[in-house]
Design a binder for this molecule. Structure first.
Ligand SMILES: [Zn+2]
Length: 177
């Protein structure tokens, strides 16, 4: 292995009261950054699938979709389309039992702070029976996907205020002896 190649660490988020957690494997983080880079200076996004932990306190993301072809987007706005998503979801459900967990999108070269519109969209999802997801996750990638990027995570429980999650620090690797 090339000694300069460093694996992307997993991202782990937790709410202050530890009721909500989100885990994103390094491979999915890499894919998200790739999708953001390919979008140049426009927003992009998609959906997140995975499973909940046995204690239901952590959403374990296993895959992120790209943006459906009928999405519409600009430098500071994005509306996710739906074309092809059901098939994409069905495949993940059939192969790994992964189900819908929430949404992700990209704020190019800006802070990953959710706008009022972002939160409203998640509130609609939380209360739409078809999604079967009363506590959807909102993941936002911000900054420069080739350099200094940032990721924020919120949970938007049905009929309640959005809960910001804090990113947990990476475990410090022991110094080689
Ligand atoms: Zn946004």
């Amino acid at each position: 292995m090339c000694p300069l190649w460093k694996p992307m660490p997993d991202l782990e988020f937790r709410s202050a009261d530890a009721r909500f957690g989100v885990h994103i494997p390094g491979a999915t983080v890499r894919r998200l950054l790739h999708l953001c880079r390919s979008s140049w200076r426009k927003e992009t996004g998609g959906i997140l699938v995975g499973v909940y932990s046995a204690a239901l306190d952590c959403a374990r993301v296993s895959a992120a979709s790209g943006s459906p072809v009928d999405s519409v987007r600009g430098p500071s706005w994005f509306q996710r389309g739906t074309r092809g998503l059901q098939r994409w979801l069905d495949r993940r459900w059939a192969s790994r039992g992964a189900h819908y967990l929430g949404e992700w999108h990209f704020h190019p070269y800006a802070a990953p702070v959710p706008s009022d519109t972002d939160l409203q969209q998640l509130e609609i999802i939380a209360s739409t029976a078809d999604y079967r997801c009363p506590e959807p996750i909102l993941l936002i990638v911000g900054g420069d996907p080739s350099g200094k990027w940032l990721v924020s995570a919120h949970v938007v429980p049905k009929s309640r205020d959005a809960v910001p999650l804090q990113r947990l620090k990476e475990p410090v690797e022991p110094e080689p002896r």
